[in-house]
Design a protein around this ligand. Structure first.
Ligand code: PEP
Ligand code: MN
Length: 335
């Protein structure tokens, strides 16, 4: 249940309402920026009728609330003039890790030629082994900013730790929360308090409900600019790195108002499979693609198996465009 408060509801009235709800055993969270109270366990709005400070209510019978499509039909916002969500389609590309200035400038120049506006790159890398390359750190963030400014692009990069929030905030335009941190609830809380868009990747073990609850952690902080990114889930089969959950894309679009991007690079872990899964994601209604590329994938310092070459990426782009053009005519999805 979400109770939307009247504009003239005073702080005292709001507090009285919250106290009353709490005394009846209903957990509730006030979101000042949105002037609403989330009451997740209240199933019927009948008991709210007596509260004159409430403007209207929406009954939501799922654990997640603010990310529900019942709260609002769609989320759309702009970053550096680029529209995210709605019927727009964004392409994000770049290396798994920022490795050096030459590598990133080559990538930036190549992406600009293809009119790609979003540059991804990891500066702080979550690596399974502590012995592997873990990113250039702040130096990597500075390089991302430098290349993005040179080629008029938007920076998407991962925040791993609350301690790094100020630095990542300074250099990034969109802050990525990686799969391994989808359930880092204190990090989600903090990221919800800042105003830059957040790319929330699916935890590799996460159910859809858990993922949307993670989004709620950010939304309850007042930050409404959240993008979900399907990046595959763990399975028993070691033939692919992850199982790309293609069904999750239209499913999320029926359950939530948040834009959904798809990451076929981590979703498959295999460059040969990336184009097929990128196209499939486009067809089922993703709002964007998130793809790893490298000038020479064999030498990549991380995720060596999954980066596309410039040629492979160049070949994929017109196919994606063609599928996007087809969508309104024959590939429409209704909620
Ligand atoms: C990444 O995008 O670089 C990354 C590490 O992805 P994920 O969190 O999905 O593994
Ligand atoms: Mn990677």
């Amino acid at each position: 249940m979400i109770a939307y408060l009247k504009n003239n509801c005073s702080l005292q009235q709001k507090q009285e309402l919250q106290q009353s709800l709490t005394s009846h055993g209903y957990n509730n969270v006030f979101v000042p920026k949105l002037n609403l109270i989330v009451i997740p366990n209240l199933k019927s709005s009948a008991i709210l009728e007596k509260y004159t400070q409430i403007d209207r209510v929406t009954e939501i019978n799922t654990a997640y609330q603010l990310s529900s499509i019942l709260h609002k039909p769609e989320t759309t916002f702009t970053v550096n003039g680029e529209i995210i969500g709605k019927n727009n389609f964004n392409i994000v590309a770049g290396p798994c890790s920022v490795e050096n200035e030459d590598q990133l400038f080559l990538i930036g120049e190549f992406l600009q030629k293809h009119n790609i506006k979003f540059l991804r790159g990891g500066a702080f890398k979550p690596r399974t082994s502590p012995y592997d390359f873990r990113g250039l750190g702040i130096e990597g963030l500075k390089l991302l900013r430098k290349v993005a400014d040179t080629y008029n692009m938007t920076v998407v990069t991962e925040l791993m730790d609350i301690k790094l929030l100020d630095s990542v905030y300074q250099y990034a335009d969109i802050i990525q929360i990686g799969s391994r941190n989808m359930s880092n609830f204190y990090l989600l809380n903090e990221i919800g308090k800042q105003d830059k868009p957040v790319l929330l990747k699916r935890g590799m073990q996460a159910k859809i409900d858990e993922w949307l609850l993670a989004a709620d952690y950010i939304l309850t902080g007042g930050n409404e600019k959240v993008i979900l990114c399907e990046r595959g889930i763990r399975s028993f089969d070691s033939n692919s790195r992850n199982v790309m959950d293609i069904a999750a894309i239209p499913l999320l679009k029926s359950l939530s108002h948040l834009p959904v991007w798809a990451d076929p690079s981590h979703g498959t872990g295999n460059a040969k499979l990336v184009p097929a899964l990128a196209k499939a994601s486009t067809v089922v209604g993703a709002n964007g693609l998130f793809i790893e590329i490298h000038p020479n994938p064999k030498t990549a310092l991380s995720d060596v198996e999954q980066a596309l070459t410039f040629d492979e990426f160049s070949k994929l782009l017109p196919e994606i465009e063609m599928l996007n053009n087809l969508k309104p005519a024959s590939l429409e999805f209704s909620n």
